[in-house]
Design a protein around this ligand. Structure first.
Ligand code: ADP
Length: 344
């Protein structure tokens, strides 16, 4: 991504990541969020514990910042196991992966973030590891070549990806459990904001945290980040206490509006309105006009705009909705009339 985006669900630096680590819950009971996902995890963990087996391989998918890494650490903790962390792009050679796999103890967790970015060569080694807990590699070449099978201790692979559709089908089907992480409700975000504010020993008005939660784009990582910006602001411009005035001013400074949208969200909508008459338009065209990566738009910008109904995805492309015009304070041209580009 070209520039730092306060609203981005992705970590934006080591300091941000450290802050997030410190605020992560350790056990499932401490996790915020009820619902089916938590129930499924609880059952999978309890069942595995009773059988003294590893938890089944789990695929976690959903936009960044919603808790995939957190849940993986929690699962490892619940299993009293060690977690090894890798990312798809960092495992460039099969030997990197084999090295990690052969060092896993029984019931350990291997967490691979951005698992859709594994190279096909590395992926080949994952299949037998997941299915039969073994890796096979070829030694020597030509006539003398033979395959050596190395047994592995039974482990759990947790793969994380922003979009399950990006995974190759053979890899996707090898996960016993596949869970989608959705944007959080404002209530859950508020609980997260309160938990973080208490951990940081901040003094706050409850209404200030409500405002923060409402503007965090459904994303716990963003709640934490906004809280930090507001804390700094209140410390410098006020007496340190988080009030709605402080939150309003701090978020205004960051260009975050009442729905929690930032500059890139608004530019995205404006481009579709101004250049493409409100759509439908292909995402590549929008990306090229904005000078952003298509993947960034698809993974980070679009999901929330779709979720809150400012954008619609049709077979013919992306279209902004009447609500988006309203939010931006623009008049929607009557159907059939040329858009602003043609007025100029
Ligand atoms: P992802 O891996 O999906 O990008 P993270 O796991 O890093 O997201 O989550 C970002 C932050 O959100 C964490 O640091 C943590 O503070 C918070 N968080 C995520 N899931 C939970 C949860 N279930 N309960 C409480 N806080 C959570």
């Amino acid at each position: 991504m070209a520039r730092e985006r306060i609203i981005s669900g992705q970590p934006i630096g080591p300091e941000d990541e450290q802050f997030n680590m410190a605020l992560r819950p350790q056990s499932l009971a401490e996790c915020i969020g009820a619902g089916e996902l938590m129930t499924k995890l609880r059952i999978a963990i309890d069942a595995a514990r009773q059988r003294t087996e590893p938890v089944e391989h789990i695929l976690l998918h959903g936009p960044p910042g919603l808790g995939k890494t957190t849940l993986s650490y929690v699962i490892a903790n619940e299993m009293a196991a060690t977690i090894k962390v890798a990312t798809g792009p960092s495992l460039t050679r099969a030997s990197d992966l084999v090295g990690i796999l052969t060092n896993l103890e029984a019931r350990d967790v291997l967490f691979i973030d951005e698992i859709h970015r594994l190279t096909p060569a590395v992926e080949e080694y994952i299949y037998p590891a997941m299915e039969d807990f073994r890796v096979g590699f070829v030694v020597d070449s030509g006539m003398h070549s033979r395959t050596i099978n190395l047994p592995l201790k039974p482990f759990t692979l947790i793969g994380a990806t922003t979009r399950a559709g990006l995974l190759s089908p053979p890899l996707r089907t090898r996960f016993g459990i596949s869970l989608h992480l959705d944007f959080w409700s404002v209530d859950d975000l508020l609980a997260r904001a309160r938990m973080s504010a208490e951990m940081l020993a901040l003094s706050f008005d409850p209404s200030a945290l409500e405002m923060l939660a409402g503007r965090a784009r459904g994303t716990p990582r963003i709640v934490n980040r906004l809280l930090r910006r507001c804390r700094d602001y209140a410390q410098v411009k006020g007496d340190g206490r988080l009030t709605t005035d402080m939150v309003e001013a701090a978020l205004g400074l960051e260009g975050i509006d009442a729905l929690g949208l930032d500059e890139l969200d608004r530019r995205f909508l404006r481009v579709i309105i101004d250049i493409y008459k409100g759509g439908p338009v292909g995402i590549e065209a929008v990306a090229a006009t904005l000078g952003e990566e298509t993947d960034t738009l698809v993974d980070v910008v679009e999901p929330f705009l779709l979720q809150i109904g400012l954008l619609a995805r049709t077979r013919r492309g992306r279209e902004v909705t009447a609500r988006a015009y309203d939010h931006l304070g623009l008049q929607q041209p009557p159907a059939g009339e040329p858009g602003p580009l043609f007025d100029q």
